[in-house]
Write a protein that binds this ligand. Structure first.
Ligand code: SF4
Length: 384
């Protein structure tokens, strides 16, 4: 091809597949009438520094796929956009007329942009008049969100990717990051190679690919993960690893949380039996926890996807609050999201519903935002 006939534009964007959020350079080259898009990792992006996993590096293939739908099709026939929109709007109007607006429900992906969530909500609630709009954030991340909100008053992850590389003990609970967050996992692998004293503990019923870097794998019985953290809280008193100043200055409800943890996991042997793990292995993990202030607990859907997922999240967060392992380099409770914009969906659907409840049902607001006394400032961190 003559060079003069070729044009190319480069755009920095983000891989839309998973919650790691890798930076991508999209190069859209045009030669004659042929588009030749390609992608490469953004060397300057702080999530991936140029790396892409197989999904991200295959992005261009989705753009130029021969079987990709590029124009609207109605009843098997290609039509104009205007014709397609007219057809859909007429069908919506007919369904609303026949069955009412609540006949509609919208279920939105965690992979669309925040602005798209806004428009979809406007269409659903403002125009059609249905409240039946939700995103996969509720299925995917609701436990993590509510756990953070119960503890901190907001859905805030108090850690970043650099903390994963600078911690001395990384506890991975219910996460097979080697498959689900591959670029982040590669950063962890590299950090462990550079800092051999960094220990990795995997808590998961399965022996996953993530266990390849584990110094210790606790193959617990499914659903028993909260007991491990309940016992850690209980045992932190005996091991004198509590941060009394942090507890006094930044938390509420410690005594209640500790009493419940002590009652539910009274001993190491009880906890090991309940979780179905070797007592010596559990004792090793507990000792590492007590001896390692720079600890990250990295948790994902194995924790969240449970009927008691919120309590599991708070069991983890409580251990970090009680030992002051939060707000410091290489320490904190790190919920890793699955999809790239679960938080955007949550902001426009879950949060807006919360705010609507506060305005519509003001007598319920204290139960949503405050402790039972109604006097807890929202910036205080609550142990539950
Ligand atoms: S790790 Fe996730 S964000 Fe990064 S390239 Fe792979 S799928 Fe995309």
């Amino acid at each position: 091809m003559p060079v003069a006939n070729r044009t190319a534009t480069s755009v920095k964007t983000t891989c839309p597949y998973c919650g790691v959020g890798c930076g991508v350079n999209l190069i859209d080259a045009q030669s004659e009438n042929v588009r030749m898009p390609s992608v490469s990792g953004d060397m300057d992006h702080p999530a991936n520094f140029g790396r892409l996993c197989v999904k991200g590096s295959s992005l261009a293939q989705t753009i130029r796929s021969d079987d990709r739908l590029l124009t609207p099709v109605v009843d098997g026939q290609p039509v104009t956009w205007q014709s397609a929109i007219d057809t859909v709007s007429a069908k919506i109007a007919q369904v609303v007329k026949d069955h009412g607006p609540d006949a509609f429900a919208f279920y939105l992906s965690g992979q669309i942009l925040t602005e798209d969530y806004y428009v979809a909500n406007k269409l659903a609630k403002g125009f059609i008049g249905t409240a039946n709009v939700d995103t996969n954030s509720r299925l995917c991340m609701a436990s993590a969100v509510v756990g953070y909100k119960r503890a901190f008053g907001s859905d805030t992850v108090p850690c970043n990717y650099e903390d994963l590389e600078r911690c001395d003990l990384l506890i991975m609970v219910g996460s097979n990051a080697a498959w689900t967050h591959p670029i982040l996992y590669q950063r962890i692998v590299a950090a462990k190679q550079q800092r051999p004293h960094m220990k990795v503990v995997v808590i998961d019923p399965r022996e996953t690919a993530t266990c390849d870097i584990a110094d210790l794998h606790l193959a617990i019985k499914p659903g028993s993960d909260a007991a491990i953290f309940s016992f850690l809280l209980h045992d932190s008193v005996l091991a004198k690893s509590l941060d009394s100043n942090f507890i006094a200055n930044h938390t509420n409800g410690f005594e209640v949380a500790l009493a419940q943890a002590t009652a539910s996991t009274p001993s190491l042997s009880f906890t090991a039996g309940f979780c179905g793990v070797d007592e010596q292995a559990l004792a090793c993990f507990v000792r590492w926890w007590h001896d390692t202030p720079r600890t990250i607990t990295f948790y994902s859907q194995g924790v969240n996807q449970s009927s008691s997922g919120v309590d599991k999240c708070n069991a983890i967060i409580n251990c970090h609050l009680a030992t002051g392992r939060i707000g410091k380099e290489g320490a904190g409770p790190f919920s890793i999201t699955g999809q790239p914009n679960a938080m955007g969906g949550e902001k426009w659907v879950v949060w807006r519903i919360s705010w609507q409840l506060i305005w519509i049902l003001p007598h319920r607001a204290p139960k949503i935002w405050y402790s039972a006394s109604g006097k807890r400032p929202i910036w205080r961190q609550r142990m539950v």
